[in-house]
Design a protein around this ligand. Structure first.
Ligand code: NAD
Length: 265
């Protein structure tokens, strides 16, 4: 291991890493020397360009698996293929997530089911398959991508808030179960980060609240975020790199807020 590549030789699996936060975290881990299994939806040619760019930029092994996070069999295969490719699995980041905004009485049942599957159950399936590998290694870092909405609620996001609160329970429970095996399980709880997922909420929120898109950004999205600034990819990457480092070994079963003070209110 070299000083500028502190995690050289480690292997990470990040779900939902073809876009937004997941891709930024993959880039940060690859920059620290970690071999990466990418996952997510999207145009296959664009994903292949992303994969090749990351591998070349950081001189690490980067693979891609297209497992659909609503399919437990495909998720199990994703974990098995990651171990097969790299011979180990050190860092698992269940990050894939979707959002849907509607009043509870109009909330489409299929959207509820999809959000619970992708934002919560997929983390269970990843962790369930990853823990035996990590126990055998005597080392593992599980970092769930939760949200400020794992700790507090907002109206019209019943499925997302329920799934993220569920992820908090899963994080704490797994943290207790793996604590004596050199494994930690934590969750990062960001406030608003300007990703495609957030940008896609601006129009529907404006419609649901009958206000302009500019007012949604200032008065709704960042209303609860006291810094009035979006959380950056670099700030999230810094928290992840801390959690997976040796310095993070005693941080376990906890929800780490990175929300500009949102949940202090
Ligand atoms: P994004 O839309 O940019 O990325 C979501 C990723 O999940 C994409 O790679 C997409 O392909 C993948 N995905 C979606 N459905 C999938 C499926 N069925 N199977 C496999 N992959 C699937 O969103 P983002 O903002 O980067 O969100 C990433 C995570 O961060 C989510 O869990 C989200 O809840 C969480 N989060 C985001 C914010 C924010 O402000 N953006 C804040 C708090 C938490």
């Amino acid at each position: 291991m070299s000083d500028n590549k502190p995690l050289s030789g480690r292997a990470a699996l990040i779900t939902g890493s073809t876009s937004g936060i997941g891709l930024a975290l993959a880039d940060a881990l690859a920059g620290a020397g970690v071999n990466i299994m990418l996952n997510g939806l999207g145009d296959r040619d664009a994903i292949e360009r992303t994969r090749a760019d990351l591998a070349q930029k950081h001189a690490v092994d980067v693979r891609y698996h297209g497992a659909d996070m609503t399919r437990p069999d495909e998720i199990a295969d994703l974990v098995a293929q990651t171990q097969g490719a790299f011979g180990r699995l050190d860092i698992a980041v269940p990050n894939a997530g979707i959002q849907y905004i509607a009043p509870i009485e109009d909330f489409p049942v299929e959207k509820w089911d999809a959000i619970l599957a992708i934002n919560l159950s997929s983390a269970f399936h990843i962790i369930r398959a990853a823990v035996p590998i990590m126990k055998a290694q005597g080392f593992g870092r599980i970092v769930n991508m939760a949200s400020a909405h794992a700790l507090v609620a907002s109206p019209f996001k019943s499925a997302y808030v329920a799934a993220k609160h569920g992820l908090a329970g899963l994080t704490k429970t797994v943290g207790l179960e793996v604590a004596e095996h050199g494994i930690t399980c934590n969750a990062i709880c960001p406030g608003y980060v300007k990703t495609p997922l957030v940008e896609a909420q601006i129009g529907p929120t404006a419609k649901a609240r009958c206000i302009s898109e500019e007012d949604v950004v200032r008065d709704v999205l960042l209303a609860a975020q006291p810094t009035k600034a979006f959380v950056s990819y670099e700030q999230l990457a810094g928290m992840l790199l801390y959690l997976v480092s040796d310095a993070g070994a005693s941080v376990n079963g906890t929800m780490l807020s990175i929300d500009g003070g949102w949940t202090a209110q």
